[in-house]
Design a protein around this ligand. Structure first.
Ligand code: SF4
Length: 128
């Protein structure tokens, strides 16, 4: 029997999920997979609860919840991360176009859209 802990983990609202698949790529650990046209976390030990998938979901189907779950398994995730990095497409800031190799990017939602914004453009976005 696996030991569980209280931690953050991704929750997917099946009603809101359109099955677009946009959340699969940002999940470096491969925790999110598409099954029967819906996004699902089938191996909770691969979800680190960082929430990088949240910002790309166009419908707001993804949230973080705090609940009992098996701990994140670094050893299980490592080979998946290494494999995904071979085909990884870097995201860019929607305001200035800088990519994540040159500035940290954060997911934001505004006016119904999911975007990435760099830390240099974020203050202007917050303060106008
Ligand atoms: S990005 Fe959102 S709508 Fe698209 S598959 Fe993932 S959870 Fe579903």
């Amino acid at each position: 029997m696996s030991t569980t802990i209280t931690r953050q983990i991704v929750k997917i609202d099946e009603e809101l999920c359109t099955g677009c698949g946009l959340c699969v790529s940002p999940c470096a650990e491969g925790a999110i997979v598409m099954i029967d046209g819906k996004a699902r976390v089938i191996r909770e030990e691969l979800c680190d609860g960082a929430g990088f998938c949240l910002g790309v979901c166009p419908t707001g189907a993804l949230t973080l919840e705090t609940r009992e779950a098996v701990p994140f398994d670094h050893e299980a995730a490592e080979p998946i991360i290494a494999e995904k990095m071979k085909t990884y497409i870097p995201q860019v800031c929607f305001k200035c176009g800088v990519d994540e190799d040159h500035a940290p990017l954060l997911p934001v939602r505004q006016q119904g859209r999911s975007e990435w914004v760099c830390t240099r453009c974020l203050p202007a976005l917050i303060h106008g």
